[in-house]
Design a protein around this ligand. Structure first.
Ligand code: HSE
Length: 317
């Protein structure tokens, strides 16, 4: 039996840190802030429409077929055979573009999650994965779930296979904090992917696998020293660091301030550090922001626990 359709649903969809240094395209975690707010409403007029977008400086299209949130929502409605339904969507962007914080993933997840909620949750969160990956792929042209996975499911997620969307939540050590700093420059994911190496030395691949395995073990065992030894990226960081002014100085300062490990958040330019405890995370974020500000580049700090919840409902009626 078809469930009652709600009148209105408001959701918050958080930023994410993809790759986590050693897990290129296969590891990511959600943070508390920033994030996007998405509102969907039932409408007597049939069809799906995006009626309002704020916080995007006019950059995002209202045409749902060209908009990440719209693509994910439309894909879901098509799957459910409900494209006839009257639904209006508002997107309130509250995070920067091209920032390495999973902005398009947050919109894709928020769009599909909000519509699913409006329809009385016909699908589980996990069942929404193919629609949200398709939404994000519409933005950056690549099929990877390391932003949408943690945004949708919360916490830290490992993607065993992007093709099969075999996605798993990894335990979050109780005192693990993230210090994320966004230098106010734009790096397009497409460009950051184009400069990735096509071939990797066997020794490099072996060490990166060791680091990824070590990080997963460290997270399972709440072994902060092992986490610190493992948060190293031998594949993307050496190539992408040149897109981020003063990257290595920021890294030195972060480690000197007590970070367990430091690298690029997703495709950059944001950077992140994993830290034991809030006080250390705040010191690390401040030290890294000071480096960018000396360039000078405006830097925004986000210090948070790993967000276990991911996308969630703010209100519904
Ligand atoms: N894993 C992706 C990358 C994240 O590093 O290109 C960016 O969306």
């Amino acid at each position: 039996m078809t469930k009652q359709i709600l009148q209105e649903v408001r959701v918050f969809s958080p930023a994410t840190v993809a790759n986590v240094a050693c897990g290129f395209d296969v590891l990511g975690f959600a943070i508390e802030l920033p994030g996007d707010e998405i509102i969907v409403r039932s409408s007597p007029q049939p069809g799906f429409r995006i009626t309002k977008i704020t916080g995007d400086d006019g950059r995002l299209p209202l045409d749902p077929k060209l908009n990440t949130a719209g693509v994910a929502a439309l894909d879901l409605l098509r799957h459910l055979g409900r494209t006839d339904l009257g639904i209006e969507m508002e997107i309130h962007k509250q995070m920067p573009f091209g920032s390495g914080l999973g902005s398009s993933a947050a919109s894709a997840v928020g769009g599909a999650f909000a519509v699913n909620q409006l329809l009385g949750e016909p699908l589980t969160r996990r069942q929404l994965l193919p629609f949200v990956v398709a939404g994000e792929a519409a933005a950056d042209g690549a099929w990877h779930a390391d932003n949408v996975g943690p945004c949708l499911l919360g916490g830290i997620t490992l993607i065993r296979s992007n093709a099969e969307l075999d996605v798993h939540n990894i335990p979050i050590p109780q005192n693990l904090w993230a210090a994320v700093v966004h230098p106010d420059i734009v790096v397009l994911t497409k460009v950051a992917r184009e400069i990735m190496p096509r071939h990797i030395q066997l020794e490099t691949s072996t060490q990166q696998s060791g680091n990824l395995g070590g990080l997963i073990c460290g997270l399972y065992q709440s072994d902060y020293a092992l986490i610190g030894r493992s948060v190293h990226d031998l594949i993307a960081e050496p190539h992408r660091q040149r897109l981020i002014p003063e990257f290595y100085r920021a890294k030195r300062e972060a480690l000197a301030a007590g970070a367990l490990g430091f690298s690029i958040s997703g495709a950059g330019p944001s950077v992140f550090a994993l830290c034991e405890g809030e006080a250390t995370a705040r010191q690390v974020a401040a030290a890294v922001a000071t480096v960018f500000e000396s360039v000078p580049i405006k830097a925004t700090q986000y210090v948070s626990r790993i967000n276990p919840q991911g996308v969630h409902v703010l209100s519904q009626k």
